[in-house]
Structures are given as C-alpha cells and as structure tokens.
Design a protein around this ligand. Structure first.
Ligand code: AMP
Length: 597
C-alpha cells in the first residue's frame, strides 16, 4: 500500500505523479451547451483558493465538491489564521487541514530532523491514515511526510527524520520521546495540527501535548480539531491558539420530523468489507428501486461494477459524465429499467423520483442536512421506505452526531450472515412457488409429476423441482465472503481518563449483554509508585498491537499495580504486547484476573 505501512519508514515522495492539466479552470468557450459549461465550470476547490494542481489532484480522486468543513476551514487556513474546528472523523477534516499545509510548503528541502509541519494524532492507526492522506492530496507537490508512532523501531524513524521531512504525523508519546532524545526538533515548525484533540486528552496525552507545544515556535499557525468542545478542549485552544477562526459544522440542526415512514438502519462494517456487505444487505432487502450514495466518482464506478456483477442492473451517475449520459441514466431509472442508481450527492441533487424504495448511504453523510435530504428521497406517496447507512468504525461518532442533530432513530443492526442470506433466498423461492400455485395453469406439469410418482416418492419429486426452481431463481454466484464482525467499543468507558483518574469499570464478561464485547481484566505489575498513568498503558497497547483504542476499557491505577479491562478476544495479544515492551522504562509482568470472583 502506501509508504506509511512499510516496516522501514521512508518519507513519501509527494511529487510522484505529475499534476494533470487543470481543465477545470479553463474559461467556457462560445457556443457551448449549458451542460458543457457546467463541466468546465471552475473547480469548487479552486474557488476556495487552492492551487490548480491541488484542485486537479482532488478531481482525480473523484471528489466533486468540498465538504462543509473543507468549505469553512480551507480559506482561513490558507490566509494563515489559526483554527478551532469541531468536526468528527468522516467529515473530510483531514483534507481540510492537509490541503492548506501542502499549499504552504515552499519546495525548499527541509533540514535534517526539523520538519516544518507537525500533526499530532491519538493513535498509530490515525498517524498512518493521516500521513497517507497528506501523501495522496499532495501528489503534485514536492514534499515528504513521515508517520511516527510507538511500537515501531525508534532508530528507523530517526534515520528517516535525519534525511529531512516536510511533515511529521505523530502520536504525542512518540513525538515527546523524539524531542527528549534530541532526534526531532520543532525549531522550523510553521504549522501544527492537533487532530482528534478530545481523543488525545482522553488517552492521557495532555502532558505530552503541553511539552511538545512548548517547544514549537510561537510564530506558527495552529489548527485544532475535536469532535466535542468540552471545557478542556476550549482551555487547550485558549492556551495554544491565537485568535482562532471557529468552525462548528454539526451544530446546525436539521428540521426533524420531515421524513415520513422511513425505516432507518445502520450497519457498522470495516471499509474493506463494504462492497460485500452492500451486496448482501441488498440481496436481503430485495429493493424495487434503490439509490446508493457514494462520496466520490471512483466509488460510484466501483460500486456500479460490483453490483452489476452481482446481478443487479446498476447505473452510475456522477459529475464526470456528460450531461446527455446523465439524462439517459436518469430516464432509465425513472422508468424502472434499472434497479440501482449509484450516485454522488452532486449528481443526484434535485433528483425527484417517486418510486424509490431504498436509499443507501455507502458512507455516513458529512452533515445532518445531507442525511435528511437523502433519505427524504424514499418513503414518498405514503409508501414505506428504507434508509440504510454503512458506518466505518471510525465514523460512529459522526453517525451519533447526525442522530443527535436530527433526532431521528437509526437502528444499528448486524450484517446478515451468509446463512441468513441463504435462508432468505429459500424464502423467496417459496414465495415464488406459492405465487405460481395460486396462479394455476399447472395441468401440463401435473402430468409430469404423475409420470414420475410411479418411480419416486411424490415429496422427493417436488423437492427436486424446488431445487431446480431455486437454482434458476438464484444462480450460483461467487461464494459469499466472510464479513468480520466489528468489535463494539465500550460505551465511552475511556472518557474522563486522565493522569491517575479512575475510569468507569467496564461490564464483566458474564454480564455482557448479547452482541456486546466481553471483557476481562489484566493486572500489570506497575502502578502509582512507579508513576504509571493510564496514557502509558493505552499508548503501549495501541503502539505495540495496533489495535483500536476501543478494545481497551476501564483502567485503574493502584499503588503497585494497574488494572486494564480489555476485550476478551484480544487479551492474549495485549498481555504479550505489554510483556514485550517497557512501560516508563521498566519491564512489567501481566496476568489475567478472574472477574467472576
Ligand atoms: P476524514 O474525515 O478526513 O477522515 O475523511 C473521510 C472520507 O471522506 C475520506 O475517505 C476521504 O477520502 C473522503 N473525502 C474527503 N473530502 C472529500 C470530498 N470533498 N468529497 C468526497 N470525499 C471526500
């Protein structure tokens, strides 16, 4: 994949691809139709002040227009302002800060160990994602980015830092470590981003963040993003941001109650399993006519292809298609000649179609209004509609904020299993047979049955006929892949955990309700007397195992021991990781505590 996952980190070369010609900025010529002019309209990204080659890179990624956070954050960041942004993951906030910092890079080589951009993120996973995103968005610019996190050899990181990198994306613990060792200097830093600041504080990184920011030049630009604006976040912003522009996208409330008779469900699924999950859910739902919303043109094309090969008549609709083709696609959908319309928001804007039975959000929409608007496309004319939303684990908070803002009830359901689907298909065959029975006209076939009944049991003959009908109705496709269930994190059990603070205990394994994570407790042989903080344990676990922080529950620090609740299925890996690593410079012993005693 990208550079960030290589064991030997090397800075990503951002000038790998030449920028394509920025066709989107050319002026419309005489005599063009309205649709041609639309295709040549200035890129909405360039309109925010982004350089043509960056706008073109986004177009190549299939982005059609900026998300609300991008629209609000990019211009002030380009103008050099500090920014305090309330935005959850999934709103497009990475591009909102990455694009301005890429644009600000002046192309001169950075000095060894002295990056000019520092992005702090709570987890190793996010460090890799953000570094990869900066790489992706900045392909057209000669700059380099290095993810820096715990659990990876510090000396490999030092080697790359020494070659000079434009941007470092780091977890606070590891960044502080490099600063203490003198292998990283912030003297040249011009741009600092605190991403998911609330998560970083929850994980006990407050001290590290303070220590790091104290060493960054005062004359720098700072952006802070957080899903909440809790008092601690405001205090952090007050200390480190200068007259910031405030951007709070999710506060606007969508009008509730506008959506009649829509069953709303959401499925949490890993990105890698999304297409398989979509196919399976659609097969279960058997929609008459559905719109599948995607974020980018590339996704639209992928989904269209995948659903066509699954046997659906699916057609793509996005802004990259000529207007005539879009008109044709829409006409076919309107006449019910296609099953699925796979579209971006932009292309589906203003679309008014009566008979849509299902609206599918392949990703959580970036704002509540968009969710309400999309699902308003179904449940028309007194018919019941269904709205289905696929949620990546990292987008859970975005979904929660949409529910909060809209006060709509979205039920979380688990992805149907291959066995569920197989049963559902049998049901469909049964229903088709029942229909054929009531339609009558079976005399010709009775004669066949009578002939066979001399040789075989009538029920067996009928079963063979059902088998043939079933196979004809549901031709064997590719084998259903496994879709891994997503581990449910404890309901914000990590909240409020700061240095030495007691965390809410997680539910005990025998109490875990169905479908929730079962927990066990690990005892670690170091505690308050050894200056252990919750952040040390979380950092060690996240850094060593790469597991998401959701598998860690309550943490209690006693005098000589600490207790960490972890998801049962990861207990072994977490114990091993804790034994392997040093915490506050010391090796520890780990044992599992029986919670039932
Ligand atoms: P983030 O909130 O930064 O994690 O972004 C969420 C997802 O949205 C990522 O997969 C991005 O690739 C995608 N994305 C970001 N900006 C846009 C945009 N303007 N249009 C479509 N997709 C976007």
């Amino acid at each position: 994949m990208h550079q960030a996952t290589r064991p030997d980190p090397s800075p990503a070369d951002l000038d790998a691809a030449a920028a394509p010609a920025a066709a989107c900025t050319s002026a419309p010529a005489e005599g063009q139709s309205a649709s041609d002019r639309a295709a040549l309209a200035p890129s909405p990204f360039a309109a925010l002040g982004l350089a043509p080659e960056l706008a073109a890179a986004l177009q190549e990624l299939g982005y059609e227009e900026p998300t609300p956070i991008q629209r609000a954050a990019i211009p002030p960041l380009l103008a050099g302002r500090d920014l305090l942004g309330r935005a959850a993951t999934g709103t497009g906030k990475t591009a909102a800060f990455a694009l301005p910092l890429i644009q600000a890079a002046d192309g001169t080589p950075p000095a060894p160990g002295r990056p000019r951009v520092l992005v702090l993120v709570p987890t190793r996973e996010l460090a890799m994602q953000v570094a990869a995103a900066i790489h992706r968005y900045g392909r057209a610019r000669a700059a380099t980015v290095l993810p820096v996190y715990g659990g990876q050899s510090i000396w490999q990181q030092v080697r790359v830092l020494d070659r000079g990198v434009e941007a470092v994306v780091a977890t606070p613990g590891r960044a502080a470590d490099h600063l203490e060792r003198g292998t990283l200097s912030l003297e040249d830093v011009r741009f600092v981003v605190l991403d998911e600041a609330d998560e970083m504080l929850d994980m006990g990184f407050a001290e590290d963040i303070e220590a790091i920011l104290a060493r960054a030049p005062a004359a720098r630009q700072t952006a802070l993003f957080s899903a909440t604006m809790a008092p601690r976040i405001r205090a952090l912003a007050e200390r480190h941001l200068r007259d910031p522009v405030r951007v709070e996208i999710e506060r606007e409330r969508a009008a509730p109650g506008e959506v009649p008779r829509v069953r709303q469900v959401a499925y949490v699924v890993q990105r890698a399993h999304k297409l398989a999950a979509l196919g399976r859910v659609l097969d279960m739902e058997t929609p008459n006519s559905a719109i599948v919303f995607c974020r980018t043109r590339l996704e639209v094309d992928d989904v269209t292809e995948a659903m066509n090969s699954r046997g659906y008549r699916a057609e793509a609709l996005h802004g990259g298609l000529p207007q005539e083709q879009r008109d044709r696609v829409l006409a076919r959908f309107r006449e019910n000649r296609t099953d699925l319309l796979v579209a971006t928001d932009v292309a589906a804007r203003g679309l008014d179609i009566e008979h849509v039975s299902h609206v599918v959000n392949l990703d959580v929409p970036t704002e509540p209004e968009s969710y309400v608007h999309r699902i308003g496309r179904t449940g028309r004319a007194g018919r019941e509609g269904v709205a289905i939303t696929f949620v990546e684990p990292r987008e859970r908070r975005l979904l929660a904020s949409i529910q909060d803002a809209t006060r709509l009830k979205i039920r979380l359901e688990t992805i149907p299993t291959a066995a569920d689907l197989s049963n559902r298909r049998l049901d469909q065959t049964r229903a088709s047979l029942a229909e054929a029975l009531s339609a009558g006209g079976l005399d010709r076939y009775r004669a066949v049955l009578e002939g066979l009944s001399a040789e075989a049991d009538v029920l067996d003959v009928a079963a063979a006929a059902v088998k043939l009908a079933h196979e004809a109705l549901h031709p064997e496709g590719a084998e259903e892949p496994d879709i891994a269930p997503v581990v449910e994190p404890p309901p914000r059990a990590r909240r409020g955990a700061r240095d030495g603070a007691r965390r809410e205990p997680a539910p005990r394994p025998h109490e875990a309700p169905r479908g929730e994570t079962a927990w066990t407790r690990l005892q670690v042989s170091a505690g308050r007397f050894q200056s252990i903080r919750p952040g040390d344990l979380v950092g060690a676990i996240a850094g060593e195992t790469g597991l998401p922080s959701g598998v860690i529950g309550a943490i209690q620090i006693a005098d000589r021991s600490s207790f960490v609740d972890v998801a049962v299925e990861h207990a072994g890996a977490i114990s091993d990781a804790l034994r392997r690593t040093k915490i506050r410079g010391r090796r520890v012993q780990v044992r599992e505590v029986d919670l039932r005693r």
